[in-house]
Write a protein that binds this ligand. Structure first.
Ligand code: PMT
Length: 400
């Protein structure tokens, strides 16, 4: 059963939340309502509890009979968060990164898609500050259901009415079903850095956190794929439902990926693999002396190059982490490594590349199409990369 967290905020349209919850339940979704304190002035928790069949969540700091951190458990349980009606207040708070109540903390903690259905007075809806926050949230991957025009509770008429509950439920269903376009595809994602040992206590590595690769694994899993994640050392939690194989060095990653390759449909190499390793790994810690130390380095296996040489049916996606001539270098890697798609990120741009929650990328496919994308979350970018992958699969099927 898919779980929907239904956020209800302070708006006269809050009474429609009961109809939305009831329709979702009839469609077979598990519905978990989170109300802001303002919402409880418009509709009672008891009404929403009765129609949803689940306890309504209202307060951030209550003592529960069974201890769990409520916003985290709701955020993890959600396949989708729907905020309907969404007030200007909640949208402003989420955009500003404020997390002062149970609903905003749940939205901040979730990895699931978040859909806002704004409902408010026309003047508020058209206000430039509100429009700015809404555009910003859209660029971050949040989804919006456009309000309708018509008579409003404040006595005026214009844009700002919450759409019909039936329409809102249809939108939710479409988002959840659209996400199954990789159903049963076998996807291999690599993530994180590698460590190349100098001696028992020192190694060469880079700043990769694994976030980009983990986002790809998570989104591919949510879209129905069977995902294997081969990851170098990271501190972040792997997505649920994904097979994880931990490796340390480029050589280990090579061995694992090589073994899995023939069985895969799609391989996405987001890992930042070291190109060089020390020629000799000292068995004892190197002692300092008065003279300089020269380390001799040798090439690691080019994993992606190997996959490009040996690929048959597999669709191969590489990344290019660049600091100059981004497009030129990325195109050269796309050709040399025989890839279907390359995702280039310019590490010099703020908000792009290593460790950040966001990235700025250009996606180039082997037919030459170039898609320059703005700053967005790594989850959103992962979805856009997977959209391109799905497109290539469709084209291949049509060409058969
Ligand atoms: O992990 P994050 O903190 O979220 O950061 C994300 C990222 C910046 C690491 C990611 O977006 C990214 O750009 N990953 C690729 C980094 C990299 O190694 O780029 P490259 O241009 O050096 O390598 C090109 C491609 O060849 C990559 O797909 C890489 O995985 C692969 N490669 C490189 C060397 C090697 N020996 N074997 C490989 O397979």
């Amino acid at each position: 059963m898919k779980n929907i967290v239904l956020g209800v905020t302070g708006s006269i349209a809050a009474y429609k939340a009961a109809d939305i919850a009831s329709r979702l339940v009839k469609k077979g979704f598990g519905v978990h309502v989170v109300m802001t304190p303002a919402a409880a002035e418009f509709i009672t928790p008891l009404t929403l509890q009765t129609v949803s069949g689940n306890p309504v969540h209202l307060e951030m700091f209550r003592t529960a009979e069974k201890w769990e951190v409520e916003h985290i458990s709701l955020a993890q349980r959600a396949d989708l968060i729907l905020v309907a009606p969404a007030s200007a207040d909640i949208i402003g708070m989420v955009a500003a990164g404020l997390a002062g109540n149970l609903l905003t903390t749940t939205i901040m903690a979730t990895r699931a898609p978040v859909v806002f259905a704004p409902a408010m007075n026309t003047g508020m809806y058209e206000n430039r500050v509100f429009q700015h926050w809404m555009s910003f949230l859209k660029s971050m991957g949040y989804l919006f259901i456009e309000p309708e025009e018509g008579p409003l509770a404040c006595g005026t008429s214009g844009k700002g009415r919450l759409p019909d509950p039936e329409q809102i439920v249809a939108f939710v269903e479409q988002i959840l079903s659209a996400n199954q376009d990789l159903k049963d595809r076998k996807v291999l994602v690599t993530a994180g850095p590698t460590r190349e040992h100098i001696d028992p206590v020192r190694f060469i590595t880079n700043h990769s956190s694994g976030k980009m690769g983990f986002a790809l694994a998570r989104r591919a899993k949510n879209r129905g794929a069977q995902v294997t994640l081969v990851s170098g050392p990271t501190t972040i939690k792997p997505p649920d439902g994904v097979r994880v194989i931990a490796v340390e060095t480029a050589q280990e990653m090579f061995e694992v990926v090589k073994d899995l390759f023939t069985d895969m449909d799609i391989v996405i190499k987001a890992a930042a693999v070291a190109d060089y390793r020390p020629k000799v790994k000292e068995s004892q810690k190197i002692k300092k002396s008065c003279s300089d130390l020269v380390l001799e380095l040798e090439r690691t296996p080019d994993i992606l190059g190997y996959l490009g040489e040996h690929k048959e049916k597999q669709l191969l996606v590489g990344f290019a982490a660049e600091t100059e001539k981004v497009l030129d270098h990325a195109r050269e890697k796309l050709l040399r490594k025989n890839l279907d798609l390359i995702v280039a990120n310019d590490l010099t741009m703020e908000g792009a590349g290593f460790a950040a929650e966001t990235n700025i990328a250009v996606i180039i496919n082997k037919k030459g199409s170039v898609r320059e994308l703005p700053l967005m979350t790594k989850d959103k970018l992962a979805d856009m990369i997977l959209d391109e992958v799905v497109q290539i699969i469709k084209q291949r099927q049509e060409a058969k």
